[in-house]
Design a protein. Structure first.
Length: 349
């Protein structure tokens, strides 16, 4: 099966209302099993790494919508994570609302900024869109290096000096490390459900037509402008959720961690993990945080991951364009076919 066929397969008109809920049920079931396993086995170090990984999987899910559904290369996704984190911290320190209010504020603002960042996509594609969005990520890097992230201070920027710095308060139900990890998994499951339901419903069908060609989409009655804007807004919303959850994980954010290279790294790992299956976002998030954490645990410099991820990206582009998730899906399909064939043969005997 080609990449185009895999992209269009889950969004085809043949999806019935009977199959649709079954496909969505896979998301919470998988997240529940994963969260229980990690919560029972991981120590504090790995819990923090897993929490960051699950949060970042939401931003990868946003990339999967843009690249997997529309074929658009956006290299400013990590900047949108930073926008969501900045707004979450600012609202949380300034007004002290419930954490969920700050989180939603960050997601909504990141959605609006993502929509603004996506304006070039209305006329640009391919390399030109990638360059423009990368420049936007570089501009965010400059701004956040100058402003920093809010830490409880006064004024618009919310910067405090010395002992006046404050940590963002976590949700009342998730003050501990384990409880916050479970909280992040629950929010991530909701975000992944939103993304997956869009792919399987009318927006997904429209995005598949746009990917085939805008002329084909227009001829089919699809409003290309609206659905492209919809994709960028949803991608920004998911990235904003990721930024807010990261802010809650450590209480503060460091502007040095939101360079333009991080957006490149995120996009590369999205391809390695797989953008055509929902759990590819989960795999990408784990690669982004778990692999450096594992190397650190063994006393190896985390920068080695740049070379590792580069080799993984080359392998994915050359031999496995559907990513790790696509290979897992193909393996499951082959095993299912073998078992079903074996069962029929037994019945025939």
């Amino acid at each position: 099966m080609s990449i185009q066929e895999q992209t269009n397969a889950p969004t085809a008109e043949s999806i019935s209302m009977v199959r649709l809920p079954k496909q969505l049920v896979h998301v919470p079931v998988t997240m529940l099993a994963f969260s229980i396993l990690v919560a029972c086995l991981a120590n504090s170090f790995w819990l923090s790494a897993a929490t960051s990984a699950i949060a970042l999987s939401l931003s990868v899910a946003g990339l999967a919508i843009l690249y997997g559904q529309l074929g658009l290369v956006s290299l400013c996704q990590f900047a949108l994570v930073g926008v969501g984190g900045w707004v979450t911290l600012r609202v949380g320190h300034a007004f002290h609302p419930p954490f969920e209010v700050s989180l939603l504020a960050g997601a909504v603002v990141a959605s609006v900024v993502g929509l603004a960042f996506g304006v070039p996509a209305l006329r640009l594609r391919g390399l030109y869109l990638a360059l423009v969005t990368l420049m936007l990520a570089g501009a965010f890097q400059i701004v956040i290096s100058a402003w920093g992230f809010p830490d409880g201070g006064p004024g618009f920027l919310g910067r405090a000096d010395g002992s006046g710095r404050a940590m963002l308060v976590r949700p009342a139900m998730a003050n501990g490390e384990v409880s916050y990890f479970l909280y992040v998994c629950a929010v991530a499951a909701i975000g992944l459900l939103i993304a997956q339901s869009h792919k399987l419903a009318r927006p997904g069908r429209a995005w598949a037509l746009i990917r085939k060609g805008e002329t084909v989409a227009v001829a089919s009655g699809v409003n290309v402008l609206i659905y492209k804007a919809w994709a960028f807004a949803l991608s920004g919303f998911l990235a904003g959720l990721a930024g807010g959850l990261l802010a809650g994980n450590v209480g503060q954010l460091d502007g040095r961690a939101f360079g333009a290279f991080e957006s490149l790294n995120l996009f590369a790992l999205a391809i390695v993990g797989g953008v055509f299956n929902w759990y590819g976002a989960l795999i990408s998030g784990l690669l982004l945080r778990a692999v450096p954490a594992l190397l650190t645990d063994f006393g190896i410099d985390g920068y080695v991951t740049i070379g590792i991820f580069g080799v993984a990206l080359f392998h994915a582009l050359a031999t496995a364009p559907t990513g790790i998730a696509g290979q897992i899906s193909a393996l499951i399909s082959r095993l299912s076919a073998v078992f079903s064939t074996g069962g029929r043969n037994d019945q025939d005997r």
